[in-house]
Ligand binder design. Sequence first.
Ligand code: ZN
Length: 434
Amino acid sequence: MIYAKNYECLSKDDLEQLQIERLQATLNRVYEKVSFYKNAFDKNKVNIEKIKSIKDIKELPFTTKDDLRKSYPYDMFAVPLRDIIRIHSSSGTSGKPIAVGYTRNDLKMWSHLVARVLTACGITSHDFVQIAFNYSLITAGFGFHYAAEEIGASVIPSSIEDAKKQIMILKDYKTTALLSTPSYALHIAHVLKELKINPEELSLKIGLFGAEPWSENLRAQIESQLNIKAYDNYGISELIGPGVSFECSERNGLHINEDHFIVEVIDPKSLKSLPVGETGELVFTTITKEGLPLIRFRTGDISSLIEEKCSCGRTLIKMKRISGRTDDMIILDGLNIFPSQIEEILLQIEGVEPHYLIILDREEGKDFMQIQMEVPDSIPYFDELKKLEDFKNRIKDHIYNKLGINVKVTLVEPRTIARSSGNKINRIIDKRKI
Ligand SMILES: [Zn+2]
């Protein structure tokens, strides 16, 4: 099924014509309304009148996450604040977030684009859609919620209630489609097994997962344990949230909503554009957004483009599933966390030295973060267990208060964690086999 055939199946020429018209309008608007872009275009001697085809996009400067952080909260908005009717944030973590403002049209467009995502995996007005994403500053919960309402499905906003409650709802409300992070779906599957409930007792048919990278292996596991067909989708808060790209029934690449986002893949080192098929960093230009339009936004996500006819009938180009990141960002339960944020918090605690390891692992189907650190010299090892416990709890509490995540803390003997020898030291071990 295709939600917006007149856009999702455009001929290449018609699509390019639409893209260039929308790009030109966006460029004029940002040059006039956003001082960041006026300065960036002037500095790079960009004459926006000369951007006449999609190929010319290479003349435009990039926008980075750092640019957005520097303009926090509202400096890059292209409309007066009275026209902003919703504000989300780039992630649930603290530190320096990115505020993303939506106008009424932006929200309408967002629901429309996510409705395409839902329709592509077979969700219709007959479905009971359980949205087990956090309804918060991050975008997934609300993005899927309004789109599911738009297509007329029965929406169950279960948010991040614990797994037992999710299962009760799955059973009693006869949920047919589950939307969550893949790791949370796996956790629900695990608890289902513990409760000795056969997935065939449920009405569940479809799973739509996202907000963190996941492998084909994990897909197979979730599908067999929940007895469903599982689909991937991609979005990032800075652009819009969910609704950037999505799998169709082929499940071989994610169609990009190109009538709203112009995609490029670049070499993250040379910053040169790469041809279709080559792997690099995804870069998007928004061409319909009003609140926070972005020109050549560097996502940090690694993928490649697939240009081949898709049996579903859509002509929108596809991207491969995300294979990693250009930086060391950690994605845990859909939250984006940088090791530097953990380090900053640790260093605020008395007696802590910056020698630590972040270990990401999965237990009973649930992802968790373990922080391994050295016992501070101020606490003699072994003989002061109570003090050690207090110390661990202090770290746990600090991290929970600042980042909203529960971590496990383990202590090791002083001077046993590798020290930097001048090279960048790897402080993250990711044991999750995703
Ligand atoms: Zn397709």
